[in-house]
Design a binder for this molecule. Structure first.
Ligand SMILES: *[C@@H]1O[C@H](CO)[C@@H](O)[C@H](O)[C@H]1NC(C)=O
Ligand SMILES: *[C@@H]1O[C@H](CO)[C@@H](O)[C@H](O)[C@H]1NC(C)=O
Ligand SMILES: *[C@@H]1O[C@H](CO)[C@@H](O)[C@H](O)[C@H]1NC(C)=O
Ligand SMILES: *[C@@H]1O[C@H](CO)[C@@H](O)[C@H](O)[C@H]1NC(C)=O
Ligand SMILES: *[C@@H]1O[C@H](CO)[C@@H](O)[C@H](O)[C@H]1NC(C)=O
Ligand SMILES: *[C@@H]1O[C@H](CO)[C@@H](O)[C@H](O)[C@H]1NC(C)=O
Ligand SMILES: *[C@@H]1O[C@H](CO)[C@@H](O)[C@H](O)[C@H]1NC(C)=O
Ligand SMILES: *[C@@H]1O[C@H](CO)[C@@H](O)[C@H](O)[C@H]1NC(C)=O
Length: 531
């Protein structure tokens, strides 16, 4: 769950960009076994309502002799057979666009306009696409066991938690480095994926009878997907057809590997839970208390109680084996809820009420263990891209990093801090010509970019959208007045209208436009759930 909308940093591994990922079950091996890879685009029916394709691509576009790999695509087609394609990336890194389109394609397509083909793809190293970033090849059971014990959140007040995470991250890096040393993993970097997006646009143009060199990319990227989109726009500005970047990560921070500026608005997001709960009243918010301060204190008491005394669950209706819920799980659940308040604040309220009575059945069912996993693809990709630039090589450096992140968010810093330490012993980095060492920018994109930022985004603060918009001449940032990660965490007719207008004719909202969401947490609205 790093920067994935679908699951935290890391769409499924770290709470950064993705949290509740459901990658595992949606890419069904049976169907994909029937899809062979070609250098040209060939669509084959798959999964009832979709068509699938695999494209053979060079591992390194600058030297095709090095070898090839294969990228998986899934298409939810418009009824118009000549419809425009829109590629989608759900975040991460490590998020599967194939899974997202399979599970949420219909909803996403309504958001963007059903007259377009929605194309999900698995970026390099993810899901059905090569090269493999699996650190446990041939040993899925070992990976599954690691996943169960791999708790990325830490307790910054517990020195043992810090030293253990430091050691664990080091061992993980050593292990994965040994598996991938000298292999193809390094070609799964973000600039290479940008190359794959251009390649897709070219192959689609050829299939439609057009010219490859005039092909343009139409793309919707959320969270880490905004880094991918900005990277594309800086590498191939003249190939930008439409680019919508939503829930904008500061690309410079992504590429410097520090993960230290994401939580600037996280505490504001947590405090909105108190405010929304209070405003909703006791009938709609089960965690209601008679002031926002009382709600805040009530939550703090639960955190302290669980920190001091973990809660056990042994009810077979909820767990497969005896399980304990610790402060680390709780802080992860809180961060996860911030991604999509309209969906998750009511659930969070019930979790807290239950925990107050030391009943952890609901939290164990919703947040562990499969939502906190050792997502090697996401971790490897972010470390490849960071290329050792932010190296927490000593316990002291790690402790200072944790202190900085905790200072940024007293509530959820502990669920975020470990994103950067995972790279300390990972010696698999992008080839020099595929490293991004200055912030992506461009003056001359063929079509200006539409950036979207929520007023309060817990992991990609709105200042990232402002800053990135300033680096792409002609672009505009649309603000959506909601709390959550990416505009799709709430639904706003206004935002959808601006998106569809931009897609239709390339026109942008007026500078300074602010859209209102249709509903607030604890009311009856729902998010656009791409998990
Ligand atoms: C995931 O898929 C496997 C078989 O591929 C199935 O047995 C299992 O029930 C599925 N799990 C969920 C949560 O759907
Ligand atoms: C295909 O569409 C039908 C009808 O809308 C739906 O019931 C079914 O679940 C869809 N199948 C998949 C795999 O999405
Ligand atoms: C089909 O899509 C193409 C490309 O977007 C568009 O030019 C054409 O007008 C569409 N046709 C219909 C009937 O909507
Ligand atoms: C990383 O980039 C961000 C955004 O420019 C900056 O604020 C931060 O200081 C940088 N950190 C490091 C360690 O370079
Ligand atoms: C809030 O409730 C507490 C006890 O639950 C009570 O002591 C206090 O007076 C109440 N405050 C208000 C403003 O109603
Ligand atoms: C614990 O919480 C769950 C979920 O809210 C509920 O179904 C269950 O009845 C509770 N158990 C007890 C002993 O109250
Ligand atoms: C981080 O620094 C340590 C100590 O200098 C070094 O051994 C290690 O190779 C570095 N890691 C990376 C990924 O550059
Ligand atoms: C943008 O334009 C300015 C002034 O013409 C130029 O100095 C700068 O290098 C350009 N930046 C990019 C990324 O092209």
């Amino acid at each position: 769950m790093l920067l994935a909308f679908a699951s935290l940093p890391l769409a499924s591994a770290s709470p950064v960009f993705r949290t509740r990922s459901s990658n595992a079950n949606t890419t069904m091996a049976y169907d994909w076994a029937n899809i062979t890879s070609h250098t040209d685009l060939i669509w084959t029916p798959c999964f009832d309502n979709f068509t699938c394709s695999r494209l053979t691509v060079p591992l390194d576009y600058s030297d095709p002799t090095i070898g090839t790999t294969s990228i998986a695509y899934i298409r939810l087609s418009a009824s118009n057979s000549t419809a425009q394609d829109i590629l989608f990336n759900p975040g991460g890194p490590g998020g599967s666009g194939v899974s997202s389109v399979l599970t949420a394609g219909a909803t996403l397509s309504q958001y963007l306009g059903t007259q377009y083909n929605l194309i999900g793809f698995d970026p390099r190293g993810v899901g059905e696409s090569g090269p493999s970033l699996d650190c446990f090849p041939g040993a899925p059971e070992a990976k599954a066991r690691l996943d169960e014990s791999f708790v990325r959140p830490i307790d910054s007040q517990d020195p043992r938690s810090l030293t253990q995470e430091f050691a664990r991250a080091g061992a993980y890096g050593d292990w994965c480095s040994r598996v991938h040393k000298g292999g193809d993993a390094k070609y799964a970097n973000t600039p290479a994926v940008a190359g794959d997006m251009l390649n897709y646009a070219e192959k689609a143009a050829i299939l439609a009878g057009g010219a490859a060199d005039e092909a343009k990319l139409w793309y919707y990227g959320v969270s880490y997907g905004t880094v991918l989109g900005a990277t594309f726009a800086s590498m191939f500005p003249e190939r930008v057809g439409r680019l919508i970047l939503d829930g904008v990560e500061d690309s410079e921070m992504y590429y410097n590997g520090s993960w230290d500026g994401n939580l600037e608005q996280a505490d504001e997001a947590v405090e909105s839970f108190f405010t929304f709960c209070y405003a909703a009243g006791p009938d709609k918010c089960v965690f209601y208390a008679n002031s926002t301060q009382a709600i805040s204190q009530r939550m703090a008491a639960i955190f302290e109680d669980v920190r001091a005394h973990p809660v056990s669950v042994s009810d077979p209706d909820f767990v497969e084996f005896p399980t304990i819920i610790t402060y680390e799980t709780l802080v992860f659940a809180l961060l996860s809820a911030l991604y999509t308040p309209t969906d998750y604040f009511p659930l969070l309220a019930q979790i807290l009420v239950d925990l107050e009575a030391r009943n952890a059945s609901l939290i164990v069912k919703t947040f562990t263990p499969d939502t906190m996993t050792a997502d090697s693809a996401g971790t490897l990709i972010l470390c490849l891209d960071a290329a050792g630039r932010y190296n927490l090589s000593t316990e002291q450096a790690w402790e200072e990093h944790v202190g900085g992140v905790a200072a940024q968010s007293k509530y959820v810093g502990d669920a975020w801090a470990s994103a950067a330490v995972a790279c300390r012993n990972l010696h698999v980095i992008a080839p020099a010509n595929q490293q991004v060492t200055s912030v992506p920018s461009a003056n001359n994109t063929n079509t200006p970019i539409l950036f979207i930022g929520n007023t309060v985004d817990p992991v990609t603060p709105i200042k990232g959208a402002r800053r990135m918009s300033g680096l792409f001449a002609g672009s505009v940032m649309l603000e959506q007045n909601s709390v959550g990660h990416c505009s799709i965490s709430s639904f706003s007719v206004c935002t959808a209208t601006h998106i569809q207008q931009y897609l239709a004719d390339g026109s942008l909202p007026a500078v300074g436009t602010v859209c209102q969401p249709e509903s607030l947490p604890f009311e009856d609205g729902t998010a656009i759930n791409v998990r």
